[in-house]
Design a protein around this ligand. Structure first.
Ligand code: ADP
Ligand code: 5GP
Length: 202
């Protein structure tokens, strides 16, 4: 029997370090792939259709909702984002480990509707440090930073129903914790039994 792929769902308030940690995860573990979402937002300079996102029109996105093509979808900052059901099924059945970088609303819908995901929430060490990181990233205007801070307070309440929480204070430590979680997910008994039965002929 083929090993089922792991589904890792990672959420965080903007600025907590999710992109940095996910990038490192994909670099260190070539077997893990990133789920490519569908979105109605416009591509940013350098973003590629089919690599960063599948950029689709509102009509196309609505059609996919009507056809139940999404495992989850949500509106984030005025744009629609969704994970296609076939992306998850293909990865899982093909033995591919997949990381989903999705917001809390989408993660919650997925947890209610889709069995077997592993839910990880990344927090900054404090609100002051979150603000410092958002400011030092210098990609957002001051009013955008304020709205991200307000949203962060709401999102942090959602951490309670995730399976794992990582506080991203020192980056190396946070990455070690993320790696440990991935390893633990891989060593769940139901994932190991097939291998064990081959080893010991039981
Ligand atoms: P997110 O994807 O969650 O919005 P980023 O990964 O873009 O966050 O990180 C926000 C900023 O904080 C970036 O400038 C990043 O380099 C920095 N950063 C991430 N993790 C840490 C850390 N542990 N310590 C200090 N700075 C960090
Ligand atoms: P960005 O537009 O900056 O790439 O992403 C904005 C937000 O949308 C991030 O919080 C990201 O986690 C979230 N997001 C990206 N793809 C999906 C998705 O498929 N579903 C949901 N629910 N959120 C997503």
């Amino acid at each position: 029997m083929k090993r089922e792929g792991l589904i890792l769902i990672i959420s965080a308030p903007s600025g907590a370090g999710k992109t940095t940690l996910c990038r490192e995860l994909l670099k260190r573990y070539p077997s893990i792939r990133e789920s490519i979402s569908f979105t109605t937002r416009q591509p940013r300079p350098g973003e590629v259709h089919g690599k960063d996102y599948f950029f689709v029109s509102h009509e196309e996105f609505r059609r996919m909702i009507a056809e139940d093509a999404f495992a989850e979808w949500a509106e984030v900052h005025g744009n629609l984002y969704g994970t296609a059901l076939h992306t998850l099924d293909e990865a899982r059945n093909g033995g591919v480990d997949l990381v989903l970088d999705i917001d809390c609303q989408g993660a919650r819908k997925l947890k209610e509707q889709f069995e077997g995901g592993n839910y990880i929430f990344i927090l900054p060490p404090s609100m002051a440090e979150l603000r410092r990181r958002l400011e030092s990233r210098s990609s957002d205007a001051p009013e955008v930073i304020e709205s991200r801070i307000i949203r962060a307070v709401e999102e942090i309440h959602e951490a309670r129903w995730y399976d794992y929480i990582i506080i991203n204070d020192r980056l190396e430590t946070a990455f070690e914790e993320l790696s440990a979680i991935v390893m633990a997910c891989n060593r769940r008994t139901f994932r190991m039994l097939d291998h064990v039965s081959k080893l010991f002929d039981i």
